[in-house]
Design a protein around this ligand. Structure first.
Ligand SMILES: Nc1ncnc2c1ncn2[C@@H]1O[C@H](COP(=O)(O)OP(=O)(O)OP(=O)(O)O)[C@@H](O)[C@H]1O
Ligand SMILES: [Mg+2]
Length: 315
């Protein structure tokens, strides 16, 4: 593989990221530039669009510490910043040596990346702590003193634009302090590549993976579905089909194997529109038939509904 021209022989961050992440060249470049400029960044995109994967790869390529916290109600300021070891306070008093750094302080002291998943779900108090660090690059910890962030430290947050929880509350203050990189769904081509590399299955047929991705993408625009599946559904479908096919002594692209794998991998991931009055299984099977055709006519017809108006997929 040829690497982009650089002044040193070491592979660039972009080249290293490309080895671990399918596509996303533009987002990699933007994230790199934002971090190099010392900015804090929000990655905004639906679930499964590779936000964590990209950031982890960038952190690894930059050889920086990468500390991840999940935004939820339990993420108190003390859990983020750290605290004095209560067992030792009585004996030693509030001295620096018994302070246990939380993930934010670890990232600040090592000049690393502090990655917050679901930033909009972080409790107000904790968010205020983060906002102060974003502005000042230092934090005053009661009884410990001021901790200053080492160069390279940055807060990178991920948010799902469709997540209604707390989104409005976060917007003004956070957006004013961060750069924003939108991460939309990957292209069909990239999703198929992701399935081939991530599914727990060796050598899935490419043409079949393309159809799996087509099926999964259709869940995102189906009129009766409020939420469709991310590429995670396609990855699981691929792995499931492989193992199911092995157990049944069938080919991985067997029609019935694929349908069962699709039902298991996707029916729990989609959300039915209120009032659609349908079951997820029904919609998944309908989409499966749209993409893969009716069951092969040589079958005993155990899954058939008599609707044989489409020919089975050409193979
Ligand atoms: N560009 C990509 N290259 C390789 N794998 C990817 C890519 N995008 C997604 N994946 C795979 O898809 C899955 C979901 O990706 P990831 O966890 O990075 O998404 P996310 O945007 O962080 O999702 P969430 O918002 O739910 O946290 C992972 O298994 C990951 O390996
Ligand atoms: Mg993530």
């Amino acid at each position: 593989m040829s690497l982009p021209l650089t002044s040193s022989a070491a592979p660039t961050v972009a080249a290293q990221v490309a080895a671990a992440v399918v596509g996303r060249e533009r987002e990699t470049e933007l994230l790199e530039a934002a971090l190099a400029a010392g900015a804090d960044v929000v990655l905004e995109g639906p679930p499964g669009t590779g936000k964590s994967t990209l950031l982890r790869a960038v952190a690894t390529a930059r050889s920086t510490t990468f500390v991840l916290v999940e935004g939820n109600a339990e993420l108190t300021p003390a859990r983020v910043v750290g605290q004095f070891d209560p067992a030792q306070v009585l004996e030693k008093g509030y001295c620096a040596e018994i302070f246990v750094d939380g993930p934010l302080l670890v990232a600040m002291r090592t000049g690393g990346l502090f990655y917050v998943e679901e930033l909009n779900r972080v409790p107000e108090e904790t968010l205020n702590t983060l906002l102060a660090v974003m502005s000042e690059r230092e934090i005053v910890v009661p009884r410990l003193g001021t901790v200053t962030a080492e160069p390279g430290f940055a807060v990178v947050a991920a948010m799902n634009p469709y997540d209604a929880v707390g989104t409005a509350r976060v917007s003004g203050a956070v957006y004013d302090r961060t750069c924003r990189i939108a991460m939309d769904y990957q292209s069909a081509e990239a999703e198929a590549q992701i399935v081939l590399t991530r599914a727990t299955a060796p050598a899935l047929p490419r043409a079949w993976a393309d159809r799996v991705v087509d099926l999964v993408r259709r869940t995102r625009s189906h009129a009766d579905l409020r939420v469709g599946s991310s590429v995670r559904g396609a990855i699981d479908l691929g792995g499931l089909a492989h193992h199911l096919a092995a157990a049944r002594g069938r080919a991985v692209d067997d029609w019935h194997v694929g349908l069962d794998a699709a039902l298991v991998a996707l029916s729990g991931r989609v959300r039915i529109d209120d009032g659609a009055g349908r079951r997820a299984e029904e919609i998944i099977e309908e989409l499966y038939r749209d993409v893969f055709g009716a069951p092969p006519s040589s079958d005993d017809g155990d899954g058939g509904s008599g609707e044989e108006d489409r020919s089975p997929g050409e193979r």
